[in-house]
Design a protein around this ligand. Structure first.
Ligand code: FES
Length: 165
């Protein structure tokens, strides 16, 4: 085994990916449905699946990579053990979410879309959670959080690390 292989690649279930690809390869416009199925099955679109898709759909690998990177909904890595979704839509912008994003970067070296090095926490941007009255709003493991503050962020990052250890 190649020692530089990532954990995600090591655990890649090639047979499962092959089944998912084969199930839709014959459809018109199969690429996006296949990518969605892979993401649902693996919690991301594994890099190792891209050559299989290219071969099945008779596309170039560059074409497949281009589509995956164009649509930001496709994740390239699996999520951390906890997920914090921070709203960046208008109301939360007006209530200071960008200062929170800056705090995350400065205090925890985390930017939106990142997973912490220990795999404990993934931070994602979302656009309106329907909790505008409690802006800035977030979801931590799908639990709503209102009036998010830097101190609350510190607590969530700490909690994610402790409960993942
Ligand atoms: S704008 Fe952030 S919850 Fe609606």
């Amino acid at each position: 085994m190649n020692m530089s292989m990532s954990m995600a690649e090591e655990s890649f279930d090639r047979a499962r990916a092959g089944e998912l690809i084969a199930a839709k390869a014959g459809l018109d416009g199969a690429l996006l449905p296949i990518l969605h199925d892979l993401q649902k099955a693996f919690d991301h679109v594994p890099d190792a699946a891209l050559p299989l898709i290219a071969e099945a759909l008779n596309l170039s690998l560059a074409d497949v990579r281009g589509v995956v990177s164009f649509y930001h909904d496709f994740k390239r890595e699996p999520s951390g053990r906890h997920v914090l979704k921070i709203c960046r839509a208008e109301s939360c912008q007006a209530m200071g979410v960008e200062a929170l994003v800056t705090h995350l970067a400065k205090a925890h070296q985390l930017t939106l879309g990142d997973t912490s090095k220990d795999g404990a926490l993934t931070i994602e941007a979302v656009y309106c959670l329907g909790h505008c009255a409690c802006s800035p709003a977030a979801l931590f493991d799908n639990e709503p959080i209102g009036r998010l503050s830097p101190a609350m962020l510190d607590e969530l990052v700490l909690q994610a690390g402790e409960t993942s250890a």
